[in-house]
Design a protein around this ligand. Structure first.
Ligand SMILES: C[S@@+](CC[C@H](N)C(=O)[O-])C[C@H]1O[C@@H](n2cnc3c(N)ncnc32)[C@H](O)[C@@H]1O
Length: 238
């Protein structure tokens, strides 16, 4: 177990994020359910709706982890469609594959979100849930997402965001700075759950993320806040 959380700006950041997710893969789903009181499922469902996929279309779920958003997308594209779940943590991908069941339209494969192994203009939608704030270079990630989207295709980013207003701002501090690291200790990985609040704080606020999407070349950029302003769904069109 690592003693210190990954530090953004350190040249080892991406490697440390990778080994951290390998390490916590076994407790990941359970920790999500506990930390969000089960609401994380609803948020992924809303993000999948925002992707506005139709039966038969192709979608990419980046930083797919244990696959829950990819499965939501698979339900929407149906048996004639195709969903690729991509992640750079093999233990996470193994867990996702273990949950696939009869959904033949979804497959999980290793890929680095900053250097995607897909052709230009391959997907009708690209989604990324709780992954964007872990990227070592957000702008490079956004440009890769745009590259693999078809013209008119949609990017959806589901992410934890810093609430701007009270009382959620104080609750955020209490929950993320005190409760989450404690839960992490119980789960056996304090460093990983100290990293979580750090990573949210160093990620752009909702309006800044929208601006970065516009700078990356997306149009029709908009966002919706949920859970009192702690969760944001951003979308934009290539
Ligand atoms: C917090 S988890 C989110 C998992 C999943 N999307 C969900 O909704 O629960 C972040 C995931 O991003 C992956 N990840 C982080 N940086 C990545 C990168 N550069 N390329 C691919 N996957 C990455 C991690 O391995 C991890 O599985």
């Amino acid at each position: 177990m690592a003693d210190t959380p990954p530090r953004r700006g350190d040249e080892r950041f991406a490697g440390e994020v990778n080994t951290m997710f390998d390490r916590i893969s076994g407790v990941y789903d359970r920790m999500n359910r506990v930390m969000t009181a089960g609401l994380d499922r609803t948020w992924r469902d809303r993000a999948a709706d925002r992707a506005a996929l139709e039966p038969g279309q192709h979608a990419l779920d980046l930083c797919c982890g244990t696959g829950d958003l990819a499965f939501e997308l698979a339900n929407r594209v149906g048996p004639g469609g195709e969903v690729v779940g991509a992640d750079f943590s093999n233990p996470m991908l193994d867990l996702a594959r273990g949950k696939t069941g009869a959904r033949q339209q979804v497959r999980f494969e290793w890929a680095d979100a900053l250097d995607l192994p897909y052709e230009d203009e391959s997907f009708d939608a690209v989604t990324i849930a709780f992954g964007a704030r872990n990227l070592a270079d957000l702008d490079l990630g956004l440009s890769e997402m745009k590259r693999v989207l078809k013209p008119g295709g949609r990017l959806v980013i589901l992410e934890i965001t810093q609430p701007a207003r009270q009382p959620l701002k104080s609750f955020f501090g209490l929950w993320f700075d005190r409760a989450v690291p404690l839960l992490g200790k119980v789960a056996g990985d304090s460093a990983a759950y100290e990293y979580l609040p750090d990573s949210v704080r160093s990620f752009p606020t909702a309006d800044r993320l929208a601006a970065r999407m516009v700078e990356a070349g997306f149009s029709e950029v908009r966002w919706t806040l949920m859970a009192g302003g702690i969760i944001a769904i951003h979308s934009g069109v290539r």
